[in-house]
Design a protein around this ligand. Structure first.
Ligand code: FES
Ligand code: FES
Length: 184
């Protein structure tokens, strides 16, 4: 749903300019009008009503706003919405598939990897991206380094690490079973 505020008159009575942007959001094509300086995080939360992506620092320092853009984890507070033209954007709302939680979401639940939960969507988006990135090592130190841009004020880091490693094992098991299904 489009926010009327993007068309609201300026103080001088001149309508604020908007730009059209088209991208894929959680696997659905989307077309919307945004202010040229609209930040992706604000567009997701306020214009599109997707509140799963959290606003923490709004300055690229906490990771609460992490989304995937073309499969890469990015801070939505540092990205203009118009920069997403033609790209694939995934928010935490898009992690589950066909009513089934993503293994990372399941592991976070199983391992008590959150307390207040505010940082959790960003943590899960970074975790999912790192598990898909073959350049990042699988040892705990590599995971901690890759997750270092996500701050948890509750200090749930230990269980977050456990959850990520458990999700890694689940994903590997799933891949092995899928390969086995293709074997005659
Ligand atoms: S809100 Fe984007 S990094 Fe903190
Ligand atoms: S669980 Fe509260 S900020 Fe991380």
């Amino acid at each position: 749903m489009m926010d009327d505020s993007v068309h609201s008159p300026t103080r001088r009575g001149i309508p604020a300019p908007t730009l059209n942007v088209n991208f894929t959001l959680n696997q659905q094509p989307i077309s919307l009008e945004v202010a040229p300086n609209a930040v992706l995080l604000d567009v997701l939360r306020e214009q599109l009503g997707l509140g799963g992506t959290k606003k923490g620092c709004d300055h690229g320092q906490c990771g609460a706003c992490t989304v995937h853009v073309d499969g890469q984890a990015m801070n939505a507070c540092l990205r203009l919405a118009v920069m997403c033209e033609g790209q694939h954007v995934t928010t935490v709302e898009g992690l589950a598939r066909e009513g089934e939680l993503h293994p990372v979401q399941q592991s976070f639940l199983a391992c008590d990897a959150f307390q207040c939960g505010y940082c959790t969507p960003g943590q899960m988006m970074s975790a999912t991206a790192l598990l898909n990135d073959a350049r990042i090592g699988s040892d705990d130190a590599a995971v901690k380094e890759a997750m270092s841009g996500n701050i948890c004020r509750c200090g749930a880091y230990k269980n977050i690490l456990t959850a990520i490693q458990q999700a890694r094992a689940t994903l590997a098991d799933d891949a092995t079973s899928r390969a086995g299904e293709g074997t005659p």
